[in-house]
Design a protein around this ligand. Sequence first.
Ligand code: E4P
Length: 214
Amino acid sequence: MKFFIDTANLKEIREAAGWGILDGVTTNPTLVAREKAPFADLIREICRAVPGPVSVECVAADAGPLVEEARRLAGLAPNVVVKIPLTREGLKATRTLSQEGIGVNTTLIFSTAQALLAAKAGSRFVSPFIGRLDDISQEGMDLVREILAVYENYTFQTEVIVASIRHPRHVIEAALLGAPVATVPFSVLDKLFHHPLTDIGIENFLKDWGRAVK
Ligand code: E4P
C-alpha cells in the first residue's frame, strides 16, 4: 500500500518523508490556500521534497483551458500529476493529457460509474472521497470496495487513491480492501503510531532496565 500525504504544508511533508513511509503527496486548492506561499514555488519545493507523484489541482472548466493549465502545471516538475475533477470537459482533457504522457488524478469521485469513466479515459489515479460520503451518512468505504471490484474485472492501469480520510480506521479499512494508495492528512498519519500499550510497555521496560545488572 502506498501512503501519500494530503497536505501542501512543507513541514508536514518533510516530517512524514523523514519517517521513511511517504510515497507521494496530494494537494488541492483549499490546502494550497492555507500555506500563504507563492503557488508555483510551493509546488516546486514539494516536488523536490518527495520523489513520488505530487497531485496538483487544475481549476479551469473547459477541456481546452484545462489541457493548457495541466501542461503548465506538469512543467513545474517531472513528478507533478494533475488533478482534474470528473466532469464531461474534465474527461475530454484527461484523454488528451494521458495520451501526452501527463499523469491525471481524477478527483471528486463519488460513484463507481465516475471511476469507470476515469479509467476508460486513461487516468493514472482516481480519488474517491470517502470522508465526505461518510459526512452525508453514506458508507464511503463501500464505494472503494465497488471501484476495486470493477477494476479487477479489466486491465485498467488506474490506481485507486482512498481520499478524504478522517481517522486511522479509514486507513486500515482501505488496506483491508487492498486499495493501492491512501492519501492521509498529517494528523491521521501521526495517529497511526499511537497505542497506549506501546507507551506503557516502553515506560516499564525503561524502569526495569534501570534495575538490571549491567
Ligand atoms: C484528496 O486528494 C483531497 O485533497 C482530500 O483527500 C480531500 O479531503 P477532505 O474531504 O478532508 O477535504
